[in-house]
Design a protein around this ligand. Sequence first.
Ligand code: SF4
Ligand code: SF4
Length: 119
Amino acid sequence: MNGVLSCSAMNCVNNISAICSARTIHVSGSNAHSSEGTQCENFAEKGLKNSLINVLNMNVVGEFKQAFNGDSIEMSPMIRCEAIYCKHNEKKLCLAGNIIMYGKDALSIEKTECETFEE
Ligand code: SF4
Ligand code: SF4
């Protein structure tokens, strides 16, 4: 089970103050040898349509805990990850303690990447 995740993709529907509210995310990058080859497949631009589509993947328990703990990250998604060359990848699950997803100004999945990738 992975640790906490922070994310700079502020335009993503799942992003609440740089914390991800999705229950599970999928990181792609089966041939990646660096961060650039990875991306968060759950990125979806903020808006009503995507809010409705993503509602079933909301981390309701995490959001509840987060509401009472503003100083720490209490809400993090489970990460399924295809980047098998990353040293944090174990059987396509992420075991990193701290994950940083990058997506500053991103408006599409392609503009996101996992900064924590290490070969
Ligand atoms: S880009 Fe991915 S990690 Fe970041 S908030 Fe969106 S779904 Fe979560
Ligand atoms: S740290 Fe590695 S295993 Fe975890 S999500 Fe990023 S690329 Fe995947």
